[in-house]
Ligand binder design. Structure first.
Ligand SMILES: Nc1ncnc2c1ncn2[C@@H]1O[C@H](COP(=O)(O)OP(=O)(O)OP(=O)(O)O)[C@@H](O)[C@H]1O
Length: 617
């Protein structure tokens, strides 16, 4: 800074101290009128050259000062920038050297954890009332059921041995003992007799561990492969609970239900309802047990059809979310005494965008409940999410979540797109009917049915765009054996239990491997064997093929040569080959999960729609 500039700065903003110390700087008081006059004189002298010169000089000085200040600022900026650059470089090189120390697998794990953490930031699955009021139940629901004395006396070591024999993995505190006979579970005789008539004599692994857990009132996550008898494992505890309460004090109109079973599709709800009614009737028909009333609550059914149930006390409700909410909101139903909540295909319920509906349904509970979640595929993401919503949950896992049923022989064939229809006819000859053909494309479902009908094959079709009556007709006629082939989109794959399906043909591979597991799971049920033939070709995404390859390897199935040649890019990069925690697929990591991509796309679309239509009142 120049001397003159320094001087001017001092003059312009003198400190009070300076003012007192220097007489030179003392400015005597000038009255306002006098100051105004002086200003006028200055303005009128504006034209004179000396004044202009003085002003010019002052401007030059000021400009020089500004330039100097600007230059100083620039230099300072450069200095600071350099320092930051050095700092950033140091941090970067430090991180680079740390990163270099990390293996590819570690880096990938870090990235996966990052994405998982982002997804896990969802609110826990509880009603808004509970969340808002901070209501948190910590105790397990009390039940009067106790296992036989000899089982209570059995050591934990022996219990664990039984679990190991049946490939059952458990997790949780104070896990109830497994019980490998229905009699020892204290199931009423008339029901045992009925189950026997259906060739259900010994509990399957999910039943022998799951039923004692549920009978003890514990919250539970039950994971077991398709066709392994999960339905009985969650319906039986509710039937027993209802029986107990009805025996204590009979329900009258407007009372109940005791419990609700929530299903992601109408077809599954109807099927579960039929099971519950059968089992409850087996008890009441014996004359020794009270009658239980079960309500099927789903779209497509008029409530007048159900008036005979609604006019009495209701013990059990089997429902799809939409209609259940509607009935609760219209107060045609209340959850005042409801204490049992089960979600079948629980991962799908949350994935299919029912999460808010589930929360809404939960808000109608007035008291503590026992919560059970069941599925054949339950990726880690959903398990983590569910765990935090349950009370002292017990995880009962039979085999890897998302693994294919080992009773299904999986055949994968390379079939060119244009040859698929013709080859389908050939494929149908492999086994006797009934056969299910799957395609995730609704138009393709219709085309396949049309083609089969033209060729004289008795085929029905079912997909989401069909009317409820058409869907019901298709299922009924296929179940009864009147039709040989059912062509279906994904809806029919989830949980539906058709008798003795010998063969499932996957005409077009679903994008998500979980759907494939559910689809092939329509055969090979309750201990019987079945075949699943899948058509793949150039149109099948490589990642889907890789997921499929690993699934075949896991189930010790034959991997065809064209699948063998597909390399896992993670292996080439030295990355870990762990399954994806979002969809359970073994052929990719979370960072390129098709399901996550799809969910995000849907979320963005709904966000955009709500922005477009949102705002205002
Ligand atoms: N203990 C048992 N012994 C023999 N068969 C059984 C037993 N328990 C259930 N089943 C029969 O097994 C079949 C499949 O049962 P269920 O529909 O409950 O399977 P799931 O595990 O729910 O399958 P998905 O995951 O596909 O829904 C049914 O026909 C059922 O009657």
């Amino acid at each position: 800074m120049s001397d003159s500039a320094k001087r001017r700065r001092v003059q312009r903003s003198p400190s009070p101290q300076y003012k007192i110390e220097s007489d030179e700087e003392y400015e005597p008081y000038v009255p306002v009128a006098q100051r105004r006059q002086a200003k006028l004189a200055k303005l009128s002298a504006w034209g004179s050259s000396t004044a202009r010169d003085n002003f010019k000089e002052a401007r030059v000085d000021e400009e020089r000062e500004d330039e100097e200040q600007e230059e100083e600022r620039r230099r300072e900026k450069v200095r600071r920038g350099r320092a930051l650059l050095v700092e950033a470089q140091e941090v970067h090189s430090k991180k680079a050297s740390e990163d270099a120390k990390k293996t590819e697998a570690e880096k990938e794990e870090e990235e996966d954890a990052h994405i998982l953490a982002a997804i896990a930031s969802r609110k826990k699955l509880a009603s808004d009332r509970e969340l808002a009021k901070g209501i948190e139940y910590t105790e397990t629901l009390r039940t009067s059921w106790v296992p036989p004395r000899y089982i209570r006396a059995r050591s934990e070591e022996k219990n664990q041995k039984i679990r190991e024999t049946h490939h059952i993995i458990v997790d949780g505190q104070d896990i109830p003992a497994p019980i490998d006979s229905f009699e020892d579970m204290k199931i009423p005789q008339p029901l045992l007799k009925f189950l026997k008539s259906k060739r259900i004599t010994t509990p399957t692994p999910i039943q022998l561990q799951g039923i004692p857990v549920a009978f003890s009132g514990r919250d539970m996550i039950g994971i077991a492969f398709t066709g392994s008898g999960k339905t009985l494992a969650f319906c039986l505890p509710l039937i027993m609970l209802a029986l107990e309460d009805e025996s204590k004090l009979p329900f009258v109109r407007g009372e109940g239900p005791i419990g609700v079973i929530l299903c992601p599709s109408r077809e599954l709800a109807s099927q579960t309802y039929e099971n519950v009614v059968q089992w409850a009737e087996a008890l009441s028909n014996s004359g020794n047990y009270p009658r239980l009333n079960t309500l099927l609550c789903m779209g497509g059914i008029s409530m007048s059809e159900q008036s005979h149930v609604l006019n009495k006390g209701i013990h059990i409700v089997v429902a799809t979310p939409g209609r259940l909410i509607d009935m609760l909101e219209k107060r045609k139903l209340n959850f005042d005494s409801c204490k049992f909540f089960c979600m079948d295909e629980a991962d799908r319920m949350v994935d299919l965008g029912f999460e808010d509906d589930v929360r809404n349904i939960m808000s109608f509970f007035k008291r503590q409940r026992q919560t059970l979640l069941f599925s054949a595929t339950m990726p880690r993401k959903i398990q983590d999410f569910a765990q935090q919503s349950l009370i002292r949950p017990v995880l009962v896992n039979v085999g890897r979540a998302g693994a294919a049923n080992l009773d299904v022989l999986q055949v994968v064939e390379y079939v060119k797109q244009e040859a698929k229809m013709v080859y389908l006819l050939e494929c149908l000859q492999k086994t006797a009917p009934p056969v299910i053909v799957f395609s995730d494309n609704k138009n393709e479902v219709d085309d396949i049915q049309e083609y089969l009908l033209l060729k004289g094959v008795e085929a029905v079709a079912i997909h989401g765009s069909k009317a409820q009556e058409e869907r019901q007709y298709a299922i009924k006629s296929f179940k009864s054996g009147a039709k040989d082939v059912m062509v279906a989109s994904g809806v029919a794959s989830k949980g539906l239990d058709f008798n003795d399906i010998q063969h499932v043909i996957i005409f077009s591979m679903p994008k998500e491997i979980e759907d494939y597991v559910h689809q092939i799971g329509r055969t090979g049920r309750s201990g019987k064997t079945g075949i699943a033939t899948s058509f793949v070709n150039m149109n099948t995404p490589e990642q889907t093929l890789l997921d499929l390859k690993y699934l075949l390897m896991e189930a010790a199935q034959k991997v065809p040569p064209f699948l063998q040649t597909i390399e896992d890019p993670r292996a080439a990069q030295g990355g870990s080959l762990k399954g994806c925690p979002v969809c359970g697929g073994l052929g990719h990591s979370i960072s390129n999960c098709p399901k996550l991509e799809d969910t995000q796309r849907r979320q963005m679309a709904s966000h955009r729609t709500s922005q477009d239509t949102g705002g205002g009142y």
